[in-house]
Design a protein. Structure first.
Length: 298
């Protein structure tokens, strides 16, 4: 490349992120214009230009421009997108540049010390300590093929399998069993967006596995009671050019000693047996999956 620095540089600051884009974005000598670049689903415009360095800089708060945040046991991960949308040339019959989307992430550790003023310890009554222990930390992560770590790349091709791991941090608790009550895929953040597609529904029925030519299912046995894994075949929404899909899930826990039932279950459909089967519990708790009615959502 003509420039020695990376074409896109990201600085993750305490409450903001700063993205510096070299206008020779593709290293081919053609300078993109600032108007062709935007940050996040909200399409925020640049904050400043540097003609001498040929750079465009975006500066935004971590929660601005439509960024999303993911909570894992160890990190807060803020995600957004840098979009390049080339303007049409003078001759509409030909195209010399393709649009591009560059994913951007800022990772912040949850367990490290932070800068603050002096802390004066105080005695807290037992009931406030108990209340703090009742907070549960849920996480939902895309994992690599052997489930050993989080997947680095979030891009999938049709035909790929998504490994999704749901987990709850319950270090100060009685043993808990985790369930995924529902999962909905949409083209925008939030389960209420249209169009939407139900992956898990009816209090733990993996309904995507009921579709033709899919192998989607919960993984059995669980590695631990407070972890639940499932696999779904990659898909996109028909008739829509967007390839970014949001998956919103509702996670819940029960005491591990409580037997699974119709409202607390993890059921997959087996095409070989043409029947629903639970990760644990008796088969009858899955019978309502076929009816599409498993009682009231708790």
């Amino acid at each position: 490349r003509p420039h020695s620095r990376a074409p896109v540089e990201v600085q993750c600051q305490e409450a903001r992120l700063e993205v510096t884009v070299h206008r020779d974005l593709f290293g081919n000598g053609r300078l993109v214009s600032a108007a062709e670049l935007s940050l996040g689903p909200a399409a925020c415009k640049h904050s400043r230009l540097d003609p001498s360095q040929k750079t465009v800089t975006f500066s935004a708060g971590l929660h601005e421009c439509g960024s999303t945040v993911q909570v894992t046991p160890d990190s807060l991960i803020y995600r957004t997108l840098l979009s390049y949308d080339p303007s049409p040339g003078s001759n509409p019959a030909i195209v010399r540049s393709d649009p591009a989307v560059i994913p951007i992430e800022c990772h912040y550790p949850r367990r490290e010390n932070v800068t603050s003023g002096s802390i004066r310890p105080t005695w807290a009554p037992f009931n406030s300590a108990l209340a703090s222990q009742e907070k549960l930390l849920f996480s939902l992560r895309l994992m690599n093929e052997d489930w050993s770590s989080e997947r680095d790349l979030s891009a999938f091709r049709l035909g790929d399998v998504l490994n999704i791991q749901a987990e709850v941090g319950a270090h100060s608790h009685v043993p808990l069993r985790l369930f995924v009550d529902s999962c909905v895929a949409t083209l925008g953040p939030g389960a209420g967006n249209e169009p939407h597609y139900a992956i898990i529904d009816f209090n733990g029925c993996l309904v995507d596995g009921r579709s033709d030519a899919t192998s989607s299912a919960f993984v059995t046995p669980r590695p631990r009671q407070d972890v639940l894994r499932f696999q779904i075949d990659a898909f996109r929404f028909a008739g829509d050019p967007r390839s970014l899909i949001y998956i919103t899930c509702h996670l819940k826990v029960t005491p591990a000693e409580q037997s699974p039932d119709a409202l607390n279950k993890a059921c997959s459909f087996s095409k070989a047996r043409n029947a629903w089967a639970p990760v644990e519990g008796t088969r009858d708790i899955c019978s309502c999956c076929e009816r599409g009615n498993c009682g009231q959502r708790p």
